[in-house]
Design a protein around this ligand. Structure first.
Ligand SMILES: *[C@@H]1O[C@H](CO)[C@@H](O)[C@H](O)[C@H]1NC(C)=O
Length: 354
């Protein structure tokens, strides 16, 4: 459900076990982690949280990243987003045009079958394998329907989970953003100067649905924050490496902007989960619907073959040494985490090396 910051926290925690010198200007460890879980790579951590055995079965299977018969991702009878997605973008705070265009191009790449392999379009084909009880697949069609800007931050520079819904309500009321029940997905993107409840401490993004009491309707939405100044070592990893990871080099971001390139993967994560679990009653692992482990949670930190723990897996390098794993629209490149395949029962992405 949430793009957890736990991946980097995990690394921090492992480091803390070996060092008493570090004190905490870093995010606090998530309270749900037990000492046992701290040793696990993030996808195993999520599997462990989903109530699964995280030892022999997972470790024994090396065929696919994160593969396991023990991950019981289950369908809970709710809808998936099978109608074409119309994304309504809300840019909250101050955004540069170049940053907006990177994010727009990523969103538009999902439907762009013309991009060379491995592409964003192919990456989404794993997401499109999920169906609802009528047999309808998640759509492969994603477009940007409308964008609104809120550079003056109508709800202030500090948002809570609920006030993000007020930002959407405001956009509907004053910017005449349509209430699109059939195709609408509302994506709130906050600029670096905006703090959001749990941002950096526990999450880099989340998805949910709006409440009639706040927005007037039930609409699927997601929020992703630009972590550039607040916690890039947490939410823009591997483009920024936290200081405690001595000896690990940061990767050069494919579009030259660590904060925004980091957001791209989190946006991919949230869109994949929002499409497969829009009302939090469809596809997730674990028995607790208040803390579901969804299709991207299972593959956090995995971007290529061999990925897991602090290793991203095998990714590509362009002529300038910038790292990416997917091609997109108009020659763009992105580094996006893999998602769980219901066929392979493992994390999957089109840049896999057999
Ligand atoms: C729809 O999902 C089914 C089951 O996962 C899969 O076999 C099929 O290939 C999917 N269709 C598309 C168009 O992705």
């Amino acid at each position: 459900m949430e793009q957890l910051a736990s991946f980097s926290m995990l690394l921090l925690l492992s480091f803390l076990l070996f060092s008493s010198l570090v004190h905490s200007h870093r995010p606090d460890p998530s309270p749900v982690q037990t000492p046992n879980e701290q040793q696990l790579p993030s996808w195993r951590l999520r599997a462990a949280r989903a109530g699964l055995s995280a030892d022999s079965g997972l470790a024994a299977s090396k065929r696919y990243e994160g593969s396991s018969d023990l991950v019981h991702l289950r369908y809970h009878m709710g809808p998936v987003l099978s109608s074409p997605l119309s994304i309504y973008l809300i840019w909250y705070g101050r955004w540069e045009p170049a940053q907006q265009s990177t994010i727009r191009d990523f969103l538009l790449s999902i439907s762009d079958a013309a991009a060379p392999s491995p592409s964003v379009h192919e990456w989404w084909s794993t997401v499109a394998l999920y169906t609802d009880q009528t047999g309808a697949n998640i759509t492969r069609s994603v477009s940007i329907a409308r964008e609104v800007e809120d550079p003056r931050r109508s709800r202030g520079a500090v948002l809570t989970r609920l006030s993000i819904q007020q930002v959407i309500a405001e956009a509907v009321a004053t910017h005449h953003l349509p209430v699109d029940h059939r195709n609408g997905v509302y994506l709130v993107l906050t600029a670096p100067e905006v703090s959001v409840q749990d941002f950096c401490r526990a999450v880099c993004g989340f998805h949910y649905f709006t409440f009639p009491s706040i927005v007037g309707y039930t609409l699927p939405y997601a929020w992703v924050g630009n972590s550039a100044t607040q916690c890039p070592g947490v939410c823009a990893y591997p483009f920024v490496v936290p200081e405690y990871m001595v000896g690990t080099a940061a990767m050069a971001p494919p579009n030259g902007d660590p904060g925004v390139d980091g957001m791209v993967s989190v946006i991919g994560h949230e869109l994949a989960e929002l499409s497969s679990n829009p009302l939090v009653n469809s596809w997730y692992a674990g028995d607790d619907p208040t803390a579901p482990t969804e299709i991207a949670d299972l593959c956090e930190g995995v971007y290529g073959t061999g990925g897991g723990g602090s290793y991203t897996g095998q990714v590509r390098s362009d002529g300038a040494g910038r790292k990416y794993n997917l091609n997109g629209k108009g020659g763009r490149r992105f580094l996006v985490q893999w998602v769980w395949s219901p066929m392979l029962k493992a994390c999957a992405g089109p840049n896999a090396i057999d």
